[in-house]
Design a binder for this molecule. Sequence first.
Ligand SMILES: *[C@@H]1O[C@H](CO)[C@@H](O)[C@H](O)[C@H]1NC(C)=O
Ligand SMILES: *[C@@H]1O[C@H](CO)[C@@H](O)[C@H](O)[C@H]1NC(C)=O
Ligand SMILES: *[C@@H]1O[C@H](CO)[C@@H](O)[C@H](O)[C@H]1NC(C)=O
Length: 357
Amino acid sequence: MLDCCSRRWTLLAGSLACLTLFGSLLIQWPSLLKMTPKSETEVMSINATNTTVLVWYWPFGHKFSMDGNVCWERFGIPNCKLVDDQSMFSQADFVVFHNRELMIGQQALPVHLTRPQTQKWVWFSLESPAHNGNVELFNGQFNCTMSYRRDADIYTPYGSLVPQDFGSGITVEDFIPKKKTSLACWVVSNFAAHHKRTAIYNQLKRIIPVTVYGGGVNKHLDRKALLPTISHCYFYLAFENSIFKDYITEKLWYNGLMGGAVPVVLGPPREQYELVAPKDSFIHVDDFPSLKELGKFLKKLAKDKERYASFFNWKLKYRSTANQYVDWRERFCKICPKASSLQKHKVYKDLYSWEYQ
Ligand SMILES: *[C@@H]1O[C@H](CO)[C@@H](O)[C@H](O)[C@H]1NC(C)=O
Ligand SMILES: *[C@@H]1O[C@H](CO)[C@@H](O)[C@H](O)[C@H]1NC(C)=O
Ligand SMILES: *[C@@H]1O[C@H](CO)[C@@H](O)[C@H](O)[C@H]1NC(C)=O
């Protein structure tokens, strides 16, 4: 991040640099904190904010409070100043633009403003390219991408597995919901005939029973009922709405892995799932030469207790986290710790090609 802030920091150099250095010493060796008499300035130096992230407008218009030192107080992220006041443009190291509002013309890029030389504009989207509109309009404008793509400058996945030590005495059986009443379940919010997943579902339901929730015609599940309902299913159809590189959403992380059903995934190739989740934690539609074979396998697996349980082995070592309810502020604060490792100068000349590569 030095690069981004160098101009500002050379101005303040001398004393501030010392203070900040002292501050980082305190962070690295907390014992020093105890040995050193605490003064107002020392405490300030720990929380010194040398990265400023400006949220140009709030995604979906959902505004959050910016009271206090948001990143530090709420998320324990130091040296990070999150603001949403557009008049702070000239002081911002990062300016974040959420794609949706740009796409629908509700917001526009402030191309009339002179950007500070080291300022980075961040293109932020959690949608797949199929739902991002024509990003060609933004070619040559952005310096960073922020998305679920692993190769984005700022990687913000829909979820992840976090190593966890559950101690001894726990067995895989403890993680498998006891009462299984449905073979396969599918929760669909956006039912569209042209989705590949709809075609797959239409074929699959002729081979095995599939219980469907949502999609307008079926029983709607609210947030509270979602996971308990899924826990009664042996398998959860974690079918993405479109198929793109790394596009693996809460359908895997939340509905499937947290819901206590084995996810049957439809999305990018298996190798991409295996980069983020153990290979025996899910079943991939492409693992089978036909849906008939898939159906046969699921029916057999539901009856084979031991083999079914093996799909839960990962639960002995990891905990699944899902981010769909994480507030935007946390995502934006997380830009700060990444700042120093980003390329100093970068321009997305062809955002469209980047999206589809
Ligand atoms: C903040 O500034 C200090 C001193 O200039 C530097 O060592 C540190 O890396 C900077 N932090 C970030 C996140 O850029
Ligand atoms: C500054 O950091 C210390 C911990 O190092 C914390 O106790 C204090 O509350 C922080 N102050 C502010 C204003 O964030
Ligand atoms: C950011 O992109 C703009 C527009 O292409 C460019 O002029 C500027 O040099 C880039 N800045 C950085 C820090 O990469």
